[in-house]
Design a protein around this ligand. Structure first.
Ligand code: B12
Ligand code: SF4
Length: 531
């Protein structure tokens, strides 16, 4: 029997982390990483497992010195903190192992700090390693010969997480994506053939999340609709579960833009109560999309990107998006193009990022061969790529300017008001037959959202230090309240979006004040390594 701990290192402040809003909402992190509870479930029962998420609790290094194995996970943006934690653990003589997205693509990054590394998925290699370790004959590098058969993945041990500190839970339906974007490491690691869990597995997981008091969850799939045919029956069963249980859960997820082509799929998602989708739109510049092989976003049928986004919104699913600047085909006017696109998109939340090259991707290889990669690990300029049609400083400054424009209150609320007030967006999920036939459920939801609205309103008025912003939120919220009086779900979400705006706004302004500490997808500048 071994004592095993898994650690998820803390994230620096980022667009996604919503750090500036969380404290206001009484939470410590947006969501737990999905790997921790899954690794616990993959560990045979005879071992003791402790999960530590540094985003919600301190790491007790003294206690860890007693553990037989300490595993660390993490993605690129966590690499400096992973390194610091491993250094501290090694200093205390711990046996350490590392897995997850960063070591998968940069295998030698933690050399000297770890006793074993796991490349890619670990459903078979983790139990195999434990067996080897028990026999005293473990290897240094583990990589699965075959991709994980998703129908065998156990229910993650959500019960081992400190769920009360998260805004929402996480769960996974599928892995892999059929597309071929040049910058994407997901297809390098998880492949282009989407693999989906059985509905029964997902339902067990939903039951578990419910037991843990979670009623909102992010479906962490790379692209939920990567295999449209096979995901439909799974969604139908999840929708039936929601109906049987009176819709206890609400979801958001990630999907590709071709979602708009399939009304049946959108209807199933709505019936599951998937309320919003994050879509990688990346660029309104068609040449850049072609360059990066994001062909699914290049206009063929069904209209322009904007029209496709509007179709999904008009159906009743909210759209969030990712935008990238820095492609070879991007000229300095790309920043204005992105701003215009966003303005017309009615999308409130856009994660604007600098193109960066992740090791093992085709983009990385191409730029390395062209001598256009900055090998330095520090990222004062926010990315490791050397752009073609502008200087690195121009790219960084254009990125900051685009973020600034996107989250200026007047621009953000203009997008919100176009969607929610002018065009009267409603969540399709609340208009399905089931909801129509269950007035009591409608009433319960309405009461929940009504109370929720005032709670968030109160938190905003107490938590936002800037009086001008508070005034802006107050007037916007009263306006939303008045315009959508009979639809509490809408003004509740509007209030939540004010809280999110505060995070984006503060993050952007902090970056503008210190441009050499730019926060990006590649991580914020290496700051301090001490534990
Ligand atoms: C869902 C998701 C998000 C969510 C949730 C993130 C979160 N905090 O959990 C959101 C949307 C918030 C998000 C944000 C970001 N993300 Co993200 N995200 C994903 C996505 C699509 C799925 C992650 C997931 O939950 N997978 C399911 C779990 C079960 O899989 P897993 O973590 O890989 O774990 C398995 C193995 O890796 C292994 N394993 C993992 N850890 C360990 C540890 C040990 C010891 C062992 C033995 C094994 C092991 O075992 C598990 C079972 O097989 C991945 C793509 C992907 N498929 O990995 C990108 C990904 C992880 N994200 C990435 C990035 C860069 C980001 C952002 C910086 C934004 C961005 N894209 O620019 C921010 C980070 C900010 C933040 N504070 O979270 C990159 C990381 C690149 C890299 N190679 O390091 C990825 C790979 C995709 C990408 N290229 O954009 N992300
Ligand atoms: S659509 Fe998304 S997940 Fe799929 S290859 Fe492109 S970037 Fe990767």
């Amino acid at each position: 029997m071994a004592k095993i701990a898994f650690i998820n290192p803390r994230f620096d402040v980022s667009y996604w982390g919503l750090e500036h809003s969380q404290a206001m909402m009484g939470k410590r992190a947006n969501m737990p990483v999905a790997s921790l509870p899954l690794l616990a479930a993959l560990t045979p029962e005879e071992h003791d497992v402790l999960l530590i998420d540094e985003n919600v609790e301190e790491i007790d290094f003294d206690r860890l010195a007693d553990f037989d194995i300490v595993g660390v996970t993490g993605m690129s943006v966590q690499r400096f903190r992973m390194e610091a934690i491993l250094t501290e653990l090694k200093g205390r003589g711990c046996f350490t192992v590392v897995g997850g997205p960063w070591v998968t693509v940069q295998e030698d990054y933690f050399d000297g700090l770890t006793d074993a590394i796991f490349i890619g998925e670990a459903e078979t290699t983790w139990p195999m390693f434990l067996q080897d370790w028990s026999n005293g004959s473990h290897e240094f590098r583990y990589e699965q010969a075959e991709k994980t058969d998703m129908s065998t993945v156990p229910t993650p041990r959500h019960d081992l997480l400190k769920n009360e500190h998260y805004m929402f839970g996480s769960l996974q339906f599928s892995r892999g994506c059929p597309f071929q974007c040049e910058f994407c490491d997901i297809i390098v690691t998880f492949g282009r053939r989407p693999r989906i869990k059985k509905a029964s597995q997902i339902i067990s997981e939903l039951e578990m999340l419910r037991q843990q008091g979670m009623n909102i969850a992010f479906i962490v799939d790379d692209n939920l609709i990567g295999n449209k045919r096979d995901i439909k029956p799974v969604l139908a069963e999840v929708a039936a579960w929601q109906e049987r249980n009176g819709y206890p859960m609400a979801f958001s997820t990630e999907a590709s833009l071709d979602l708009c082509e399939d009304a049946e799929l959108m209807e199933l998602m709505a019936r599951c109560n998937i309320q919003s989708v994050f879509i990688g739109i990346e660029s309104p510049n068609e040449e850049s999309l072609k360059e990066t092989k994001k062909f699914q976003n290049v206009r063929e049928k069904g209209g322009s990107i904007l029209e496709k986004v509007h179709q999904i919104q008009d159906f009743g699913i909210e759209v969030w998006c990712g935008l990238i600047v820095g492609f070879d085909n991007d000229q300095p006017n790309i920043f204005a193009m992105q701003q215009t696109f966003l303005k017309e998109s009615r999308i409130a939340h856009a994660m604007i990022g600098l193109l960066h090259a992740i090791p093992k991707t085709p983009l990385y290889d191409r730029l390395r061969d062209a001598g256009r990669l900055d090998p330095s690990d520090a990222c004062e300029l926010g990315t490791n790529i050397i752009p073609l049609n502008m200087t690195r400083e121009e790219l960084r400054d254009g990125y900051l300017e685009t973020m600034h424009e996107a989250y200026k209150p007047e621009n953000y609320f203009d997008r919100m008001d176009q969607l929610f007030l002018r065009d009267k967006f409603t969540f399709r999920a609340f208009k399905t037959d089931y909801f129509r036939k269950h007035p009591l459920l409608r009433l319960r939801h309405a009461a929940f959202y009504f109370v929720g609205f005032w709670v968030v309103f109160w938190k905003l008025m107490r938590g936002v230090p800037d009086a001008t912003l508070r005034r802006e939120y107050r007037s916007r919220l009263f306006n939303a309240f008045r315009s959508r009086l009979s639809e509490p779900s809408i003004y509740f979400y509007y209030a939540v979006k004010c809280a999110m705006h505060y995070h984006h706004y503060k993050l952007t302004n902090d970056m503008l004040n210190e441009p050499n500490k730019v926060v990006s997808s590649f991580g914020s500048a290496k700051s301090e390594l001490s534990v």
